[in-house]
Design a protein around this ligand. Structure first.
Ligand SMILES: Cc1cc2nc3c(=O)[nH]c(=O)nc-3n(C[C@H](O)[C@H](O)[C@H](O)COP(=O)(O)OP(=O)(O)OC[C@H]3O[C@@H](n4cnc5c(N)ncnc54)[C@H](O)[C@@H]3O)c2cc1C
Length: 419
């Protein structure tokens, strides 16, 4: 179990000894015969769950089983935006708790995740959209969450290079959350992995779950590419592969998988301080510390488990960028990739029991799950440890699609590709 603490003193000490004393960030564990709790999926949510199970609930004999490598899934593929400016009562306390956990995360896990509260600005382009944003801002402030409605002059001051006079989508102002921002995505996976490992969690990479073993209605373990592993409780946190893994347990989920693409330009001088989103289409952009413009847009329109996207969406995202800031057309695209999104029917997640005893599910994050990582881990750990939902995650029930208690933040209806 690695127990090295990172600090200015350890950096100085290692500089003096030629960096020969750094320990592995986490152990490369081999599977044991059985555990009390197994989490399937070594993404942000799975690792955070294991960490809080050990830290907050004091549990041990925990393993995280990952089919690839830590950071290879969506946790290392997203556009790194974190915020808590949701409007519905079921969502606000959850996402605000997540943002609060981000604010203290680096101290908590002793890892530099480059949490940067540089602000998230959602632009509005019509009077009706302004009214909707004013309503959202009011709902947030009533819940103690920061939100500021800006007029065009205030936005111009912050971002003078945007296309305010665009004939179709003139920019009238924006809703700003100053506490939102970005976090280095793969560092979150590495940081949680290290912190969980330090508390005794076995992180088992290159170990694909291929089936479940049951005794009656109770799950007793998982079949994997490295053999059978027994467990009293099993949590699924496999994001885009949720429906595939659930099928192995005989469950059919209200989830579709779609690819979402991200884009990074060549490095240029800093000119975008925070995160900016285009309110008349689907386009969001920030600038990384290395100078690359990091941006994205909509999911691909068809269902897929392939983490590569199609060209019409590339064109659509670039159109959004050009409408918002025409100067982006002069920048060269450096790289682009995709990830698989677990799109639920109402655009909101599921953190719940399944109909199978001892099997729990964490899924349906759509393309907003990165910001939720800390709260999702905490709430999933609470559910698994105590067998009851965390008070801030009671809305994320699996049966809400049957009972009609949808949490439809966007108001799009049961069309996963539109959320
Ligand atoms: C391009 C893109 C941009 C995004 N932008 C944002 C953003 O700006 N802000 C935001 O909040 N969210 C964003 N998201 C969404 C966010 O990344 C995801 O919702 C979130 O990361 C999903 O949770 P995770 O980290 O646990 O997923 P993952 O990292 O995908 O973890 C799931 C893990 O399960 C493993 N797994 C799957 N099947 C098996 C199996 N059979 N056995 C063992 N392991 C298995 C996978 O290998 C994977 O490592 C974006 C996503 C993408 C792809």
């Amino acid at each position: 179990m690695a127990s090295q603490r990172y600090s200015i003193f350890s950096v100085i000490k290692e500089a003096l000894v030629g960096h020969t004393g750094w320990m592995p960030t986490w152990r490369d564990a081999s599977p044991k015969a059985d555990y009390d709790i197994i989490i399937i999926g070594g993404g942000g949510h799975g690792l955070a769950t294991a960490y809080y199970l050990a830290k907050t609930f004091g549990l041990s004999r925990i393993a995280v089983v990952e089919k690839g490598w830590i950071g290879g899934g969506n946790v290392g593929r997203n556009t790194t935006i974190v915020r808590s400016n949701y409007m519905l009562p079921g969502n606000i306390p959850f996402y605000e708790q997540s943002l609060k956990l981000w604010e203290g995360l680096e101290q908590d896990i002793n890892y530099n995740a480059m949490v940067s509260q540089r602000g998230v600005l959602n632009l509005y382009h019509s009077d009706a959209q302004r009214d909707a944003y004013a309503r959202r801002g009011n709902a947030l402030r009533l819940h103690g969450v920061d939100a500021e409605l800006l007029d065009q002059a205030a936005v111009r001051k912050m971002l003078p290079f945007l296309n305010y006079e665009n004939g179709r989508f003139p920019i009238h102002g924006g809703l700003l959350q100053r506490r939102g921002g970005t976090v280095r995505h793969d560092a979150v996976a590495w940081g949680y992995a290290r912190a969980a490992d330090q508390r005794g969690v076995d992180i088992i990479q290159n170990c694909e779950v291929t089936g479940f073993r049951r005794d009656g209605n109770r799950v007793t373990g998982i079949q994997t590419s490295r053999g059978f592993i027994g467990a009293k409780k099993i949590g699924m946190a496999v994001a885009g592969n949720s429906s595939r893994v659930a099928t192995m347990a005989g469950l059919r989920l209200p989830i579709e998988s779609h690819a979402l693409q991200a884009f990074v330009s060549e490095s240029i001088k800093p000119f975008i301080d925070g995160v900016v989103t285009f309110g008349a289409g689907h386009f969001y952009i920030s600038q990384s510390d290395k100078g690359g413009l990091v941006f994205g847009g909509d999911i691909d329109g068809y269902n897929s488990y392939a983490s590569r996207g199609n060209l019409p969406v590339v064109e659509d995202v670039c159109e959004g960028g050009m409408a918002l800031m025409p100067r982006i057309g002069r920048v060269r695209l450096l790289r682009q990739w995709g990830g698989i999104m677990d799109m639920s029917m109402d655009g909101s997640p599921i953190i719940d029991h399944t109909p199978i005893d001892g099997l729990y599910i964490n899924a349906g994050w759509c393309y907003g799950g990165f910001k939720a990582t800390p709260a999702s881990g905490l709430c999933f750990a609470h559910l698994i440890a105590r067998d009851e939902p965390h008070p801030i995650a009671t809305a994320y029930r699996l049966d809400r699609f049957r009972t009609g208690h949808a949490v439809d933040e966007k108001g799009q209806g049961p069309y996963p590709n539109l959320h």
